[in-house]
Design a protein around this ligand. Structure first.
Ligand SMILES: Nc1nc2c(c(=O)[nH]1)N=C([C@H](O)[C@H](O)COP(=O)(O)OP(=O)(O)OP(=O)(O)O)CN2
Ligand code: ZN
Length: 149
């Protein structure tokens, strides 16, 4: 049976700031992120299996990515906890805002590394994470490929 890649796409709105950056993205601002998650595997051969013909049900992949990423990042603001932004984060949290403190600079590159780790640990053994694409703006995106990592 052939190995097939399937991709599910997601959208979420997230704020961030790049502490120490020498451009406008040092300011707190937001993006309408577009995330594509591609996994590979063999379509199920067993005709009695309700998932017959599927590598993984798109719905099951959606559940994993929603639980690990979209539900957490959507409408939250992400700050690097190793910077003075932690003070701003605390203030916002005290005022009831959804804030995520991460241990990395929240660039697209670092976010795809984080997302890859989180998705990999939730996938069934027979399903491989092939790649992730995170589109920050219409013209900017970062990609993670298993073959390079
Ligand atoms: N390598 C990276 N560079 C930048 C990142 C990043 O995550 N990785 N992030 C930013 C800012 O957060 C923001 O996304 C600005 O990006 P940019 O593409 O420069 O946005 P513009 O609105 O200026 O895009 P144009 O389409 O060129 O107008 C900065 N750099
Ligand atoms: Zn940005």
């Amino acid at each position: 049976m052939s190995t097939i890649r399937i991709t599910k796409q997601f959208n979420f709105e997230t704020g961030h700031a790049l502490y120490g950056y020498d451009g406008k993205c040092k300011n707190v601002h937001g993006h309408s992120y577009k995330l594509s998650v591609t996994v590979s595997g063999k379509p199920i051969k067993d005709t009695t299996n309700v998932k017959f013909g599927m590598v993984i049900d798109f719905g099951d992949l959606k559940k994993i990515v929603n639980e690990e990423i979209v539900d957490i990042f959507d409408h939250a603001t992400v700050f690097n906890k190793n910077t003075p932004h932690v003070e701003l984060a605390k203030e916002l949290m005290d005022r009831g805002h959804d804030v995520l403190l991460v241990d990395y600079q929240p660039t697209s590159e670092m976010m795809v590394i984080d997302f890859a780790k989180k998705i990999k640990k939730r996938l069934p053994k027979n399903i491989k994470l092939h790649s992730i694409k995170l589109q920050e703006t219409d013209t900017s995106f970062a990609e993670w490929y298993a073959s390079e990592n």
